[in-house]
Ligand binder design. Structure first.
Ligand code: PHE
Length: 337
C-alpha cells in the first residue's frame, strides 16, 4: 500500500514538466492506460491480503481519481494557451497596405476618337464602318482615281495584291454605304488607315473619321456649318476656322480646313511655320463622277464629304509635337490623359 504514495509524487513531478497537450496525453496513458502504472496496481488487488484489500483498493482509486482530475485541469489550461497562441500567430495586420491592381485607362487616341464620334452623333450623324483590307476599286477607282492617276502617288499604299490593298483613307466607306443605301444620308465612318510613311508626323497606321451628307439640296454652306460647329465643340468656341481651296479627285470644289495655331494662338511659331494656321482636315462637295459610280443621279443629289486624322486632332488639342508618342506605350506619357 505504501507504493501508492511515490506513484502520486512521481506523477506530480512529471506533470510539472509537461508543455503541451500531446505530452499530457502520453502522461495519461503512462498512468491510467490499459497497461498504465495505476491500472496495473488495480490488477494486483487480488494478491493483496483480504484485510488490507479494501483500504488498498480505496487508496489506488483515490490516486486514480486524483490523476484523472489533474490531467483534466491541466488539459483545459493547455487548450486555452494553445488557442491563444494560434490566434496570435494567425493575426492579420489590418494596417498593412493592400495589393494594388493598376487600373487600365483609355488611350488618348480612343478618347479623342469617341469625343469626335459623340459630337457628330449629337448632330444626327449615323456611324458606319468598312474593311481595313480593301479593294483597289473602293479605295481609288470609285473615288475617281483611275489606275495611273497622279493623285494616287499622294498616298503611299501598302499592296496585298494587284487589286487588294490596305485602305489609305476612310473615303471607300462613302462608296460602300452609297452602293447599298439611298439618300438622305448623314454618316460618319471612323477607323484605321495605312500608309507607308514614318516620321515625326506620320505613322504607317493611323485613324481617320470620314463624314458625308447626301440629299437633294446639300450646299457648301451646310459643310461649313457642320465643320465649324464640330471644331468649336472639340477645340473651343473661340478657335478661328479657315477654308482654303484645294484638290481631291472625289470632291469638287475641294477645300482644306485650317484652325488658328493651338501652339502659339495664331502669333506664328515653329509648328505652324509662322503662318498662324494649322491644317486639320480635307473636305469638299462630292464629285458628280462619284455619284455616277454608285448609280445616284448627279442632277438630283448633292452632298459634302470630309476626312480628318484623329492623331492630328489629338496632337493639336493637347499640344503634342511627335505622333510616335502615341504608339510607344510609355506609361508616363499615357497616364497624362
Ligand atoms: N480622304 C482624304 C484623305 O485622306 C480626305 C478627304 C475626305 C477629303 C473626304 C475630301 C473629302 O486625304
Amino acid at each position: 500500500m505504501l507504493d501508492i504514495i511515490p506513484l502520486k509524487k512521481a506523477f506530480l513531478d512529471e506533470l510539472n514538466s509537461i508543455t503541451n497537450l500531446s505530452e499530457l496525453q502520453q502522461l495519461r496513458v503512462k498512468y491510467l492506460g490499459k497497461k498504465g502504472l495505476v491500472t496495473s496496481k488495480l490488477k494486483t488487488l487480488s494478491t493483496v491480503s483480504p484485510e488490507l484489500r479494501p483500504a488498498y483498493g480505496r487508496a489506488v482509486n483515490e490516486v486514480k481519481d486524483y490523476i484523472e482530475e489533474e490531467v483534466k485541469k491541466r488539459g483545459s489550461l493547455l487548450k486555452k494557451e494553445e488557442h491563444k497562441k494560434r490566434i496570435l500567430s494567425e493575426a492579420i495586420d489590418m494596417t498593412l497596405p493592400g495589393k494594388f491592381t493598376p487600373f487600365g485607362r483609355e488611350h488618348p487616341i480612343n478618347k479623342v476618337l469617341y469625343e469626335i464620334i459623340d459630337i457628330f452623333i449629337s448632330m444626327g450623324f449615323e456611324v458606319e464602318e468598312g474593311p481595313e483590307v480593301e479593294f483597289d476599286y473602293y479605295n481609288f477607282e470609285a473615288l475617281n482615281m483611275p489606275k495611273d492617276h497622279p493623285a494616287r502617288d499622294m498616298q503611299d499604299t501598302f499592296y496585298i495584291s494587284e487589286d487588294i490593298i490596305l485602305r489609305t483613307h476612310t473615303s471607300p466607306v462613302q462608296i460602300r454605304v452609297m452602293e447599298k443605301r439611298r439618300p438622305p444620308l448623314k454618316i460618319i465612318a471612323p477607323g484605321k488607315v495605312y500608309r507607308c510613311d514614318v516620321d515625326i508626323s506620320h505613322t504607317p497606321m493611323f485613324h481617320q473619321v470620314e463624314g458625308f451628307m447626301v440629299d437633294t439640296d446639300i450646299a457648301f454652306s451646310d459643310l461649313k456649318w457642320v465643320l465649324e460647329s464640330f471644331i468649336h465643340s472639340i477645340f473651343s468656341v473661340e478657335t478661328p476656322v479657315r477654308f482654303r481651296p484645294s484638290f481631291f479627285p472625289f470632291t469638287e470644289p475641294s477645300a482644306e480646313v485650317d484652325i488658328g495655331c493651338t501652339f502659339c494662338a495664331g502669333k506664328g511659331c515653329r509648328v505652324c511655320k509662322n503662318t498662324g494656321w494649322l491644317e486639320i482636315l480635307g473636305a469638299g462637295m462630292i464629285d458628280p463622277r462619284v455619284f455616277e459610280m454608285v448609280g445616284y443621279n448627279p442632277e438630283l443629289y448633292t452632298g459634302f464629304a470630309f476626312g480628318m486624322g484623329v492623331e492630328r486632332v489629338t496632337m493639336l488639342k493637347y499640344s503634342i509635337d511627335d505622333i510616335r508618342l502615341f504608339f510607344e506605350n510609355d506609361m508616363r506619357f499615357l497616364k497624362q490623359f
